[in-house]
Design a protein around this ligand. Sequence first.
Ligand code: ATP
Length: 342
Amino acid sequence: MHVEVRNLDKHFGSFHAVKDVSFGIEKGQLIGLLGPSGGGKTSILRMLAGLEQPDSGEILFHGNRVNGLAPQDRGIGFVFQSYALFKHMTVFDNIAFGLQVKKVPKSRIHERVMELVELTGLKGFEKRYPHQLSGGQRQRVAFARALAPEPQLLLLDEPFAAIDAKIRQELRSWLRELIERVGITSIFVTHDQDEAIEVADEIMIINEGRLEQKGTPWDIYKEPDTPFVASFIGQSTLVDRAADLKGFEDEAGDAGTQALIRPEYLEVGTEHEFTLLSATEPGVVKHLHFRGSEWLVEVEVGGHVLTTFRSLEKETLKPGQQVRVLVHRAYLFNKDRSWVVE
Ligand code: ATP
């Protein structure tokens, strides 16, 4: 289903929770709503579901305005963080529930439930009760139940938050595959950036009620629109005076320009490792952390401590060692604009 949201706004009392949010989602896309706690992600999802009414703005499904339509009339499926399964019902009956409500004929219900049991890898578990399942299995039942009535939009609110790390990792790729197979437009809320990057076709960064940026994970990482997005996606160090960085003096201009530098856009090494020494600047190794496959190096450059990685194959650096540092790329911003310099 094609989803269009225009100028969505929502207050809770005097608190402005969602501020003039607009976006469009193509049919079949998997979208991640990502941002810090309290930013408004769940409120946006609940307005799409019809569980909350916007103060103003429009929500269109397939070009039709759905404001005012009850949740059950919107053709959506919902999966929450807590499994919210019916405890006294078997897996089969949980999945069948939405179809029974719709008075679908019994034989069709059986057929559809068995299709979903197959699709979600729950074959053989039909007669079990929720307490006889693992957390991951319960969440798969929740997906099967949401998909049973063939919704056109699937809304997922932190679907894996209550599940432990290892299973969560498995469920992420499972979800990706499931959504691709079913081909359903889906929106999921998360505050876990790795989850959003790994699973979503596109990410929407929500902060303090605003949509800060929408794009593919790669685009957002590479070309962040705002300082907030740059610091939220990926690792980075903030340099207060970008003009202090070698090679960035002209670009940075006045003293008010700050820079965000990612570890992967920074190189640290001994003098003989650089061919163009004049492009580098002197630094001192502060700390070294062994990370299994590489070193994490903290290096002080002109009063700023920057973080970078270093391959195990290269000469091992030592704390206190004089080194050279090369900044390949930085994200600069001042009060008027933001831009990338390479
Ligand atoms: P989280 O990741 O913690 O779930 P979120 O980004 O989903 O956060 P929302 O749940 O949308 O954020 O909440 C946004 C803000 O609106 C929060 O400050 C929250 O306290 C407030 N809020 C949400 N629902 C209500 C409500 N029904 N009444 C009053 N305030 C609310």
